[in-house]
Design a binder for this molecule. Structure first.
Ligand SMILES: *Cc1c(COP(=O)(O)O)cnc(C)c1O
Length: 362
């Protein structure tokens, strides 16, 4: 069985096979500028400091903290999944005073609790789309009432797959990743920083490589560019192409495609008797979590054997549960180029076949 559906847009694969440009070639610098401009459109922002950071989504997370937090700063972090948990780890390594606001895994955060957790935090951080649980957290209410705090939002799984409006929601720092809904291979972390946040950047942050002050002098053309580190040229070209596909189709249309496919998948899973984890009001379309059926939990390796059979017979990969949901849920991504009706129909048929064989045997 060859590989099954990929979330990489075909135009991106084509871009990856083009001859390599030099990282100082004027042609590449044009590609970089256009990529930043396309990122502004997809993020819904006019922030000048908007760029693809070298490194995966986690690099964006590190940059969002290391450039804005000093030791002792109070930092409020919403935690209702693995990536909120990881933000706490990153902030605590910087010596921040971490104030956790928790919701059980599988449920959204309460914006009022996030806002009242500390009288004057340096920043408030939360994950927009929790990939570990399939839950969306509300950003709008928090942005509108954040006061003096900077608002940092993880948009790794939301960008390119659902509505994202950095400026309207008053988000100060957002970061994403290329390999989720943007339909581009892993390797870059799109980041955007508001003018307000820019005036509060830490000078000489403890990471030299992720120092946004230094990187901006390379990325922003005004007055010439100062070399900081070699841009991962091929990845930037791929991202330019992926963003081009999204803008060509129309951001709203891409969102609708994800929404339609996700809902179709979710209805299909429920029709098969599976129970979904996230509540309907805060359920992501691009990442669906469903409880593993009871009878499969009864024997060791049961749920893993279903995932293996899906991969071996049909070339379809679904994700295992992580953290406190390990072994108990499946996480089914429907992102980027995979968010197509035919892939949903194929998955539902394949899963039905695999589960049907299990119950006949059992
Ligand atoms: C995948 C993911 C990350 C980490 O991104 P990497 O590209 O794996 O470094 C961070 N936050 C969320 C919500 C994610 O889904």
């Amino acid at each position: 069985m060859g590989p099954g559906p990929s979330n990489i847009y075909p135009e991106v694969s084509e871009a990856l096979s083009r001859p390599l440009l030099g990282h100082l070639d004027p042609e590449f610098l044009e590609v970089l500028d256009e990529t930043c401009e396309r990122l502004r459109q997809v993020f819904g922002t006019s922030n000048a400091l908007t760029l693809p950071l070298s490194g995966t989504g986690s690099a964006g997370m590190e940059a969002a903290f290391v450039n804005f937090v000093r030791p002792g700063d109070p930092v409020v972090i919403g935690v209702n999944g693995m990536f909120g948990e990881r933000m706490c780890e990153v902030a605590s390594r910087l010596g921040a005073e971490v104030v956790r606001v928790e919701a059980p895994w599988g449920e959204p955060l309460d914006p009022a609790e996030v806002l009242s957790a500390h009288p004057n935090p340096r920043l408030i951080a939360l994950v927009h789309a929790e990939t570990s649980t399939g839950v969306r957290n509300d950003i709008l209410e928090i942005g509108a009432a954040k006061g003096d705090a900077l608002l940092v939002v993880d948009m790794v799984t939301s960008l390119g797959g659902m509505e994202v409006r950095v400026d309207d929601w008053e988000v100060d720092v957002a970061y994403s990743g290329t390999q989720k809904c943007l339909g581009v291979p892993p390797g870059l972390s799109p980041v955007t920083v508001s003018e307000r946040a820019r005036t509060r950047m830490v000078s000489r942050p403890t990471s030299w490589y992720l120092d946004l002050g230094l990187i901006s002098r390379y990325v922003e053309a005004g007055g010439g560019r100062t070399y900081h580190h070699t841009a991962p040229v091929t990845m930037v070209v791929a991202l330019q192409a992926g963003l081009g596909v999204i803008l060509e189709e129309g951001i709203a249309n891409v969102q609708k495609r994800h929404e339609y496919c996700g809902r179709m998948l979710q209805e299909g899973l429920e029709d098969m008797g599976l129970e979904l984890v996230a509540p309907p009001t805060h359920r992501l379309a691009q990442l669906t979590t469903a409880y593993v059926p009871e009878d499969l939990l009864e024997f060791p390796g049961g749920e893993a054997s279903v995932r293996r059979e899906l991969l071996e017979r049909f070339g379809i990969e679904i994700g295992a549960g992580v953290g406190s949901m390990a072994g108990r849920v499946w996480r089914i991504g429907c992102m980027g180029h995979t968010a197509r009706e035919r892939n949903v129909v194929t998955l539902l048929g394949a899963l039905g076949s695999v589960l049907g064989r299990r119950s006949h045997r059992g």
